[in-house]
Design a protein around this ligand. Structure first.
Ligand code: MSP
Length: 497
């Protein structure tokens, strides 16, 4: 297999247990990874935890733990979440691992060798919660507190010796890069945001700290630990073992991130890479937020939906389907239980019902075998899905449209079944019935292949019942073998009151 595809999620802060926002980033990345998989790519899918920095050190202190023990504990809950969400990740990186520390120190040395770093003093605003520096015009004062306008988090004044990265030198090369690679930042609105930020001028970036020690030491100056974002962003490269036995996966095809961390990924990260003469990721996609009411779901706001509890109650496939269908990928989306139930009931009434109807007749009259279709039978045009359209949706990360298209397709198949009445022996010859059932079964199998990236569990069960062990995006009817024994799946989708 030579077509490689490398996709990443953000690496999550193990400062508290995972919530729905984290689950959302991971599910979306998994859907894309699995889609590439059924297209026949050799897929590398990376996720992990971002374990250094003052935010984590403080969270550990308030829990009376040393930071490493604290991270071990919470990182474990993120590893468990990959299982709960049924992610197909091929790696899980922790920034406290040696493979990562070595890569970051190597990157630092390359930047130093390329004359991209200098020692000076930082004086300015810093948000521990965002692990971000803010300029005076990005700050507001509310009820006597200084906060960052973009995130609402508290900032504090910081003054200390620091290494600086010559970010200002990369303003023009970055703008040229965005221009020459118009698909680098997606969606378009996010690109505009980044271009306008860079065009307004870049200052050199403080990339080390001396007032705490929970971080990767700067080579040859142990007084300093590296800025957590320089450390964290490098995880994508560490996981490919780039500086040793590079596994061929860098540069990544896409970094899936939330819109709040766009600046780090679309400005700092490409600047570090350009400065180190390393290849840049091909694309960065900034999705929106999952909102609870009107606000971003976050620990500090106390409006968290616990993905683990929800999945225990309703199932991972169902949560994945709901988030992917009802939230427009790229925009903010509100979620609630009522809408969730409506969406899953629609699924059961449409696709679940279709499967049930076809298999009931097959089981009753044809021993649940693939019908003996006549050799001159052609599949009705309403049952041929526009696969190019679906691929385009996925390539543009219009995941919601991809899911909706499958839903329309299933409605068209239901209509075909209604119109042709394969249960009606008065109006149909037996051969006719077998032809109709064959065509409907072909369409039904397509639905479950297409739905596999979204709902892998139920689709695997369905496809196994049809003797398909590995779903591939090869939607032809010639691989349905007449007379082959298949089995009726048990209830596929539950309905809710
Ligand atoms: N550790 C950094 C990322 C480093 S990547 C090199 C970080 N971690 S985080 O845990 O705070 O957030 C990780 C991701 O979860 C971000 O993409 C963020 O946008 C996403 N989400 C957190 N809350 C969210 C919602 N309520 N909705 C959707 N995604 C949000 O940032």
């Amino acid at each position: 297999m030579d077509k490689k595809f490398f996709i990443t999620t953000p690496i999550y802060y193990p400062s508290a247990k995972p919530h729905m926002g984290h689950a959302y980033s991971s599910i979306a990345a998994d859907v894309i990874a699995r889609f590439k998989h059924i297209q026949g790519y050799d897929v590398r899918f990376l996720t992990g935890t971002d374990e250094h920095g003052l935010k984590i050190q403080k969270a550990a202190e308030s829990d009376n733990k040393n930071p490493k023990d604290f991270c071990d504990e919470i990182s474990e809950t993120f590893i468990n979440l990959t299982k709960t969400l049924n992610l197909s990740n091929t790696d899980f990186i922790r920034t406290t691992e040696n493979r990562h520390k070595e890569t970051v120190q190597k990157l630092w040395s390359v930047l130093e060798k390329n004359d991209q770093l200098y020692l000076s003093k930082y004086a300015g605003w810093y948000s521990v919660s965002d692990e971000a520096y803010y300029s005076e015009d990005e700050i507001d004062e509310i009820e006597g507190k200084k906060i960052a306008k973009s995130s609402g988090s508290v900032v504090e004044w910081m003054e200390e010796e620091s290494y600086f990265f010559k970010l200002s030198e990369w303003e023009k090369p970055l703008l040229d890069f965005y221009k020459n690679n118009p698909n680098f930042i997606k969606p378009e609105s996010r690109k505009n945001e980044v271009v306008s930020f860079v065009s307004s001028g870049l200052k050199d970036l403080s990339v080390s700290r001396t007032t705490f020690n929970w971080g990767i030491p700067v080579p040859n100056n142990k007084k300093h630990v590296m800025y957590v974002w320089l450390d964290a962003l490098t995880n994508y490269v560490s996981s490919t073992d780039y500086f040793n036995n590079h596994n061929g996966f860098w540069p990544a095809n896409v970094h899936i991130i939330g819109k709040d961390i766009l600046r780090f990924h679309a400005v700092y990260w490409p600047a570090f890479l350009l400065a180190a003469n390393l290849p840049l990721p091909k694309q960065i996609f900034g999705h929106g937020w999952i909102l609870s009411g009107e606000e971003k779901m976050s620990k500090s706001k106390g409006n968290i939906l616990d993905p683990i509890k929800l999945i225990e109650e309703f199932g991972s496939d169902e949560i994945r389907y709901y988030l992917m269908k009802d939230v427009i990928f790229g925009l903010d989306g509100k979620i609630n239980l009522e809408n969730f139930k409506t969406t899953i009931n629609d699924l059961a009434n449409n696709i679940g019902n279709l499967s049930n109807r076809i298999f009931t007749i097959l089981q009753k009259n044809y021993e649940c075998k693939i019908p003996h279709v006549s050799s001159n039978h052609t599949v009705n045009s309403s049952l041929i899905i526009d696969i190019k359209k679906l691929i385009k949706f996925m390539d543009n990360y219009e995941i919601h449209n991809y899911v909706k298209e499958i839903h329309f397709y299933s409605s068209a198949v239901n209509k075909y079944v209604n119109d042709n009445e394969p249960w009606n022996k008065k109006t149909n010859s037996d051969q006719n019935i077998q032809n109709i059932l064959f065509s409907s079964l072909f369409a039904l199998r397509n639905i479950f292949i297409l739905l596999y990236p979204i709902m892998p569990k139920v689709c695997e069960v369905f496809l196994k019942n049809m003797n398909i062990n590995k779903p591939l995006l090869n939607l032809v009817n010639t691989d349905l073998k007449k007379g082959e024994q298949i089995s009726k799946p048990d209830l596929l989708f539950k309905k809710y009151d």
